[in-house]
Design a protein around this ligand. Structure first.
Ligand code: ATP
Ligand code: MG
Length: 205
């Protein structure tokens, strides 16, 4: 019989991946005893239409480098290879058909939860998986409840909170620091830092 492994998913633009992402995934894994964590870099994030990103092949490689030293972490190329905007609902459906017996937990930061009502078919996503909303400096998870009191209890019952150590790092901050020629060491794995410099990423902002 197939083992019903619990799976945590962390989706993102990962432009670039940093310690905030890795800490969120690792804390969720440990707190909820998730047996594997799948990092899913987006090809075209719907919330960031019109913005430009590092090429998806670069972002994918950096996520793979960052995931390499954690035996529970793996990387999915589902969104990278899918045409059009990268909707989470499509990704969850694909992962569910790949792993039909595995409960899925979708991990996100407080900022993402605040935007949940703008996500395509968010009610359907909530029917397919659970959400783990992790704390993030500058964003208040409770605000999400206040601004979404119209959402049914069935939705909120799928959202679990997790307090994690506050790491005020964002990909935007890293891109800005590179453009300003400031150090990024200790904000993200050394392997990712080297990859960024070797490929001359984010030098023009
Ligand atoms: P950008 O500044 O470009 O938006 P980002 O740092 O927010 O980048 P994303 O790829 O947008 O990174 O985020 C992917 C997911 O990781 C989101 O759910 C986001 O809330 C979460 N996340 C990112 N950084 C942190 C952090 N420092 N603490 C907690 N969660 C985080
Ligand atoms: Mg973001």
């Amino acid at each position: 019989m197939e083992h019903k492994q619990t799976i945590g998913i962390l989706g993102g633009t990962f432009d670039p991946i940093h310690y905030g992402h890795l800490l969120a995934a690792e804390c969720a894994r440990s707190a909820f005893r998730l047996e594997r964590i799948i990092l899913v870099p987006a090809a075209q994030p719907p919330h960031k239409e019109g913005l430009s990103f590092a090429d998806k092949s670069h972002r994918l490689k950096m996520v793979k480098l960052a995931a390499a030293d954690n035996e529970y972490f793996e990387v999915s190329e589902l969104e990278i290879h899918r045409e059009g905007l990268s909707y989470t609902v499509d990704t969850i459906k694909s992962l569910q058909s790949l792993y039909p017996h595995s409960p899925i937990f979708f991990i996100m930061g407080a900022d993402a939860l605040l935007l949940i009502k703008s996500w395509k078919n968010y009610q359907q996503i909530a029917s397919l998986c659970n959400f783990i909303a992790v704390t993030r400096p500058g964003f208040n998870i409770n605000e999400a409840y206040k601004s979404s009191t119209d959402l049914p209890v069935t939705f909120w019952s799928k959202v679990i909170h997790l307090e994690i150590p506050a790491i005020d790092i964002s990909s935007s901050l890293i891109r800005q620091r590179i453009a300003e020629k400031k150090p990024i060491k200790y904000l993200l794995p050394d392997t990712v830092e080297s990859y960024i410099y070797a490929n001359n990423l984010y030098t023009k902002e």
